[in-house]
Design a protein around this ligand. Structure first.
Ligand code: SF4
Ligand code: SF4
Length: 439
């Protein structure tokens, strides 16, 4: 391998791989051949865009290093060990490497396929907990509401506050990350809500699991904005979580089952499936790939995926119907990884911010991961906190009192960061701002 002159020389390519061989894990399954690895030309242009490489300066914690590991494992040159799994699971799945890559490597697909072999991350008890949650909680809106209701009870009764005082450091930090459950869960008044004024189009709306439980007000704001802009909005009752967490954490089979249920639940006669959570939108745009080996769903999945639009992307494309009231605010914008890198949507949210008259001050590295990454902040707290501190510094440097981040994971993480580091910044969703402007 010849390191690119544009990047720092990786410190440990060979030795880390050797160490991984020594620590063979009996639970490992053989890694299949993943064709996407062949598109990597080993140029190294992705390295300095990779958050974990920027922190560790280790080749094995870079996109190129991880691709080497997956390829070597698939060729039988490397055992799939706990150490190899550790490198693959320190990855945030932020896909910043895809944006940087001149060769079009679809790193996300490589990592997802490798994780399907590895299963959920961590030691046995953690693996069991993650697997149980992903298989039995995430596909069931009823169980999710029950679990969130219990958390809400614990938050309201002061039990969580008490636990945060008496629990030791790491556990206390994890409790502090837990967002407030909404006072009521999202429950639209009907399955189809008419457009306000003349109808311009008909869309379906993904209400989402986290958005329905933690951000009810933002779901309501999103639907109001869509309706005011001439959209008839279908909100199918049979929809469930999109499966993004499953596919990112080695539970692809359950993710496929969840994708099939959503494809069955959503109506065909809509122009778009609108999603206000970047991670969910990115996952649903991949349904065609996820179900490519399922002859019964392959074509429908492709058609469904082609209709998925982020809410900001959709509204910017549709055009706001009326000039909104200007909002007198100075804001900075956090590009959610799965919007900027996963869906290549960057200009549209900024255009909408400009349309409502806010003053936008760009932060350094706005498309760098905040360390949230699904459940990463819980499973990899040290790396997550390092990235969060860097992000909060970048936000602070803008002087903006509001940061806009159209993704629930980023919003939770940035709110935790503001509290953790004592930064007086308000975290808002783009749809909230548009709604306030009467858009
Ligand atoms: S997805 Fe993000 S963390 Fe993972 S290798 Fe790519 S840039 Fe690095
Ligand atoms: S993933 Fe892309 S940018 Fe990174 S080393 Fe391979 S070809 Fe180069």
């Amino acid at each position: 391998m010849t390191p690119s002159p544009a990047v720092e020389t990786p410190r440990v390519e060979g030795p880390r791989v050797e160490a991984s061989r020594a620590a063979a894990a009996p639970r490992a399954r053989p890694m299949p051949f993943i064709p996407e690895v062949e598109t990597c030309i080993h140029c190294g242009l992705c390295l300095n865009q990779c958050p974990t490489y920027r922190v560790t300066h280790l080749e094995a914690e870079s996109p190129r290093g991880r691709i080497y590991l997956v390829k070597a494992a698939s060729q039988g040159e490397l055992d799939v060990t706990a150490s190899v799994a550790g490198h693959l699971y320190l990855c945030l799945m932020c896909r910043a490497c895809e944006t940087a890559c001149p060769s079009g490597v679809q790193y996300g697909r490589i990592a997802e396929a490798a994780r399907e072999v590895l299963g959920p991350p961590g030691p046995p008890l953690q693996r069991w907990m993650v697997r149980t949650t992903l298989r039995h909680l995430m596909p069931s809106p009823r169980r999710l509401r029950l679990a969130a209701g219990l958390i809400r009870l614990a938050q309201r009764s002061g039990l969580v506050a008490l636990a945060r005082r008496v629990f030791p450091g790491r556990l206390r930090d994890r409790l502090a990350m837990m967002p407030e459950v909404s006072p009521r869960f999202y429950a639209p008044e009907a399955e189809v809500l008419p457009a306000i004024g003349a109808r311009r189009t008909r869309v379906a709306f993904l209400s989402g699991c986290a958005m329905s439980l933690f951000f009810t007000d933002i779901n309501e704001a999103t639907v109001r904005v869509l309706r005011r802009n001439g959209c008839e909005v279908a909100i199918p009752r049979g929809q469930i979580c999109c499966g993004a967490l499953n596919v990112h954490n080695g539970e692809a089979d359950s993710a496929r089952a969840m994708a099939r249920r959503n494809i069955d639940a959503f109506p065909d006669d809509v122009d778009a499936v609108v999603v206000n959570a970047a991670g969910c939108g990115a996952a649903m745009k991949e349904y065609g790939h996820l179900l490519k080996d399922d002859p019964a769903y392959r074509e429908r999945a492709g058609r469904f995926a082609a209709k998925v639009r982020d809410a900001g992307e959709f509204l910017a494309g549709l055009g706001l119907r009326t000039a909104p009231q200007p909002v007198s605010l100075t804001v900075t914008y956090q590009d959610p990884c799965h919007l900027a890198h996963g869906q290549r949507v960057r200009a549209e949210p900024r255009a909408l911010l400009a349309a409502i008259g806010v003053r936008l001050v760009e932060m350094a590295g706005s498309d760098r991961c905040c360390g949230s990454a699904g459940i990463y902040n819980v499973l990899q707290p040290e790396m997550s906190e390092t990235l969060l501190r860097e992000k909060m510094d970048a936000i602070c440097a803008t002087g903006a009192g509001t940061v806009v981040a159209p993704n629930p994971g980023c919003m939770m993480q940035l709110r935790y960061g503001a509290q953790r580091f004592g930064i007086p910044v308000r975290v808002m969703h783009l749809m909230d701002l548009l709604d306030q402007a009467g858009a």
